[in-house]
Design a protein around this ligand. Structure first.
Ligand SMILES: Nc1nc2c(ncn2[C@@H]2O[C@H](COP(=O)(O)OP(=O)(O)OP(=O)(O)O)[C@@H](O)[C@H]2O)c(=O)[nH]1
Ligand SMILES: [Mg+2]
Ligand SMILES: [Zn+2]
Length: 305
C-alpha cells in the first residue's frame, strides 16, 4: 500500500545515504513505524546535512516495504556537533567515577561544550559501586561547587535510576554523552524496556572503553520523549566563541550577573587583566584560564591566516 500524503517524521538513525525515520504524532509509540528513507534527489537542503533528531517531511510512503522519501527538512532548534544530534532538550554529560578513572579536566571540557548549546545540562556519575560513600560525598560536594547537582548511579542496583527515569520522561529529547566505557548504553538498556544494545567491559590493562556504540541513535520512551545513545569519545574539541566562555562557568556567571561585580573593561576575560574584580578562588578557575588561553592562541592564529 502506497500513499502520496505527506507525513511528519523524526530521524532516529543515519547510515551513509539512508535515514531511519519514525512517523511522528502516532498514537501508540510502542508500535511506532520506522521507514527507511532516502532524500529526494532533486532536493538540495542548502547544503545542510540531515542529522539524527531532525524533523523531516516524508512522502511516497510504502507501508509494505517500509520505504519512503524525505522531501523537506524542518528548521532545527539546535545542533550539537560532536556527536551530531539536532533538536536536543537536555544533555546528560556522563562519566564513570572509576574504570575509566575520572578526569576532571575532561569532565569540565564536556560540560562547557554542552553548556555552549544553550540547553539544560546535567552531570551523571556512573559506577558508584566502585567507590566508598565518603568518596561519593566528596565528588557530590565538588560538583556542587561547579554548579551541578550530580546524579550518582550504581547500575548494579536496579532501583538507583528511578528518579532519573521519572525526570527523563518529562524531557523531550535527552542525550547521553561522555567517554567510551562509562556505561551510557548499559544505562539506556536498563531504562528502555526491551532494548538490548551491545555493551562491553572496559579493557583490562588501561581501563579504557572499547568504542562499542558506533552510531548515534535515538530511542523513544513515549511519543513525547526520546533518548539518544552516542558513541563515546575521549577528547571533546571546544569550538566556543571566547567572549561567551565566561558565562558558561556558573562560578563566573553568578558573580557577574547575579552579584553584579564590575570589572574596569566591559569585555574583561578575567585573566590578570588590570581592573578585574572577579573573585578567582574557585576550583575551576585554572581550567577556565587554560581554556581562554588556548582559545586565544587559536583565535590569533586564525587571524594571521
Ligand atoms: N561496576 C559497574 N560497571 C558498570 C556500571 N555501569 C556500566 N558498567 C560496565 O561498564 C562497561 C561499559 O559499559 P557500556 O554501556 O558499554 O559503555 P558505553 O558508555 O556505552 O561505551 P561506548 O559505547 O564505547 O561509548 C560494561 O561492562 C558495563 O557492564 C556500574 O554502575 N558499575
Ligand atoms: Mg555505548
Ligand atoms: Zn574581570
Amino acid at each position: 500500500m502506497k500513499t502520496n500524503s505527506k507525513y511528519l517524521g523524526l530521524v532516529t538513525k543515519k547510515f551513509n545515504d539512508f535515514f531511519l525515520v519514525d512517523l511522528k504524532n502516532q498514537e501508540n509509540s510502542a508500535n511506532s513505524q520506522k521507514f527507511l528513507c532516502k532524500v529526494k534527489k532533486s532536493i538540495n537542503f542548502k547544503d545542510q546535512l540531515i542529522y539524527v533528531g531532525d524533523e523531516v517531511t516524508i512522502e511516497k510512503i510504502d507501508f509494505k516495504t517500509k520505504r519512503a522519501i524525505i522531501t523537506s527538512l524542518k528548521k532545527r532548534k539546535n545542533l550539537l556537533v560532536r556527536p551530531s544530534v539536532a533538536n536536543i532538550s537536555n544533555i546528560y554529560v556522563t562519566f564513570s567515577v572509576e574504570e575509566p578513572e575520572l578526569n576532571l579536566s575532561q569532565v569540565n571540557r564536556f560540560l562547557i561544550s554542552a553548556e555552549s548549546i544553550g540547553v539544560e545540562v546535567s552531570l551523571v556519575l556512573t559506577k558508584c559501586d566502585l567507590i566508598s560513600d565518603k568518596k561519593r560525598s566528596y565528588l557530590l560536594d565538588k560538583f556542587q561547587k561547579w554548579g551541578y547537582q550530580a546524579i550518582t548511579l550504581n547500575l548494579q542496583k536496579s532501583d538507583c535510576f528511578k528518579n532519573l527515569l521519572a525526570e527523563l520522561k518529562q524531557k523531550k529529547c535527552s542525550i547521553f554523552m561522555g567517554p567510551s566505557g562509562v556505561g551510557k548504553t548499559t544505562l539506556l538498556n536498563m531504562i528502555i524496556p526491551g532494548l538490548q544494545n551491545s555493551t562491553s567491559p572496559v579493557s583490562n590493562k588501561i581501563k579504557r572503553g572499547k568504542n562499542t556504540t558506533r552510531n548515534v541513535e535515538l530511542f523513544s520512551m513515549s511519543n513525547q520523549s526520546y533518548i539518544v545513545d552516542t558513541p563515546g569519545f575521549n577528547m571533546q574539541p571546544l569550538e566556543v566563541d571566547i567572549k561567551l566562555l565566561p558565562n558558561l562557568y556558573s562560578e563566573i556567571y553568578k558573580q557577574v550577573i547575579e552579584e553584579g561585580i564590575k570589572c574596569k573593561f566591559r569585555n574583561c576575560l578575567h585573566l590578570n587583566d588590570e581592573g578585574c574584580n572577579l573573585n578567582k578562588t574557585f576550583e575551576r578557575y585554572s581550567f577556565y584560564k587554560e581554556m581562554i588561553e588556548s582559545s586565544k592562541s587559536h583565535y590569533y592564529q586564525n587571524q594571521e591566516d
